[in-house]
Design a protein around this ligand. Sequence first.
Ligand code: FES
Length: 68
Amino acid sequence: MRCFEHPDVILCPGGPMLLRGQHAVEDADGLPHETTRPVTAVCRCDKSASYPWCDGTHKSLPPRLRPA
Ligand code: FES
C-alpha cells in the first residue's frame, strides 16, 4: 500500500499546483521547465508573470477567475 502522507502533487484550491521533487513542466509552447526547489508552485490561473511558476498573482484575482 502506498503512503500518501507526503504526496508529490498537491492542488491548492484557488491557487497553484505544488510539485514535490524533481519534475519537468511543459508550458503551452511545449518548452520544458525543470523544477529547482524541493517544492515548486506551478501556476494554474495563467496570470503569473513568471509562468509556468506561480508568483502569487492568483491571490489578487476575483474568486470566479481563480482555479478550482
Ligand atoms: S496560480 Fe498563482 S499566479 Fe497563477
